[in-house]
Design a protein around this ligand. Structure first.
Ligand code: 13P
Length: 248
């Protein structure tokens, strides 16, 4: 069985005062069997990792450059994330694809660099609203993975997140059978790419996961956790999602 993962993507939210949410999250309840990862803005990674110390929440970045280092103003190298205390990094998020023109080829190179630096990668895929309406979701996700998922002998450090672009921040969520179909396709791709180790790759759903819908989403086959945006910003909203995953 893959690990269960509850990952929070804080996007461009959060400041020093937000560290209190981490304490509240840890106080909320034990979450047996769930790996919790918080990906704050880059400016908070070091502070958050130091604040957490040995407590059981991992910290991740939200992107990294494909190059190990160099003249890339405003970018962050994978090794810098590691030095700051990150163990994970989100790559290929649709907001990076849209806002920064990141292509599948660029994302694949980022994944390779992040793995080489020792990071666990959360690789995001997902269709736009137009692609969803055109009925080509499966083709889009398969194509994104064909191009962005590298050959690697480290599949244990890869997690794949299915995030329909139209479901992010909208309150809209695909129907259960639609999530099940995409996750089954991702599982098949993972098995083809990594053999039996592909069965251990965690596949997360992301897009408007809330306390109210989390249990139903986690009951879907091949949903091993969630990548949560807005609801991960407060412990009050994120901890019931984590509890739902622990109970799934
Ligand atoms: P929301 O949970 O706010 O819809 O965001 C999902 C997301 O983009 C996580 O990466």
């Amino acid at each position: 069985m893959p690990r269960k993962i509850a990952a929070g993507n804080w996007k461009m939210h959060g400041d020093g005062a937000s560290l209190a949410e981490i304490d509240a999250l840890l106080d909320a309840q034990p979450a047996p069997g769930v790996d919790i990862v918080i990906c704050p803005p880059a400016t908070l990674i070091h502070r958050m990792a130091s604040h957490i110390g040995a407590r059981p929440i991992a910290v991740g970045g939200q992107s990294c450059h494909a190059a190990a280092k160099g003249a890339h103003t405003g970018d962050i190298a994978a090794s810098m994330l590691v030095e700051a205390g990150a163990t994970h990094v989100i790559l290929g998020h649709s907001e990076r694809r849209a806002d920064h023109g990141e292509s599948d080829a660029m994302i694949r190179a980022q994944v390779e660099t992040a793995l080489a630096a020792g990071l666990n990668v959360i690789l995001c895929v997902g269709e736009t609203e137009a692609q969803y309406k055109a009925g080509i979701t499966q083709d889009i996700v398969s194509d994104q993975l064909a191009q962005a998922l590298p050959q690697t002998d480290m599949p244990a450090r890869i997690t794949i997140a299915y995030e329909p672009v139209w479901a992010i921040g909208t309150g809209l969520v695909p129907q259960d059978h639609e999530i099940a179909a995409v996750h089954a396709t991702i599982r098949a791709i993972s098995l083809r790419a990594f053999g039996t180790a592909g069965a251990e790759v965690a596949i997360l759903y992301g897009g408007s996961v809330k306390p109210e819908n989390a249990a139903a989403i986690f009951a879907i086959a091949n949903v091993d956790g969630a990548l949560v945006g807005g609801a991960s910003l407060s412990a009050a909203a994120f901890s019931p999602i984590i509890a739902a995953l622990a109970n799934a």
